[in-house]
Design a protein around this ligand. Sequence first.
Ligand code: NI
Ligand code: MN
Length: 226
Amino acid sequence: MKITYHGHSVVKIETNGKTILIDPFITGNGLTDLKVENVKPDVIIISHGHGDHVGDTVQLAKVNDSLVIANDELSTYLSWQGLRVHGMHIGGSYQFDFGRVKLTQAFHGTGLQTGDNNIVYCGMPAGILFMSEGKTIYHAGDTALFSDMKLIGERHPIDVAFLPIGDNYTMGPEDAAYAAKLLGAKTIVPMHYNTFPVIRQDPQEFIKLLEDGNGKILNPGEGIDL
Ligand code: NI
Ligand code: MN
């Protein structure tokens, strides 16, 4: 299995002959190395209904006939735009042919802005557990620190955890370092930082806060072979 970071919260997983893209925010993401026309996801998983996570889902899924996995409200909304979806909800898991996906809680907001000054409610935000080839990846989505991260780590020993460190909208570095301790993941990768001025952080400083010395900074385009 290969896991590649593509800036902000964009993570690509290649396993069982499939390409899975999490939170495909490409257009408007000044940090990503991806181009919408070059990425061909078989599956898109969305943590929550915010623009910097839904991103280019509609275009990517239409062009590539990708299966879109998200919570039930967001997946229903996207199905109305012609996408092939699989709705889930927090605490539920499902065995797909490429791996098992389980949505976990996340403390955050949700909603897509429309052109006429409305916000479409998109269900509860989530974290994502992805299990394949005997390995477990945790993508925390956008979230605050919460003590049940300990429970998530106990129930599902995590090989690689992607944690937001940008602060302002999510955990900042100190809380994310505490989250890392609760999760007990083998490797911690920071995400959701430096995309916008308000979430500017130094990932090196975050890595230094990790008591277990298990942090790994991935630059956009860099990955981990599991
Ligand atoms: Ni968000
Ligand atoms: Mn976000």
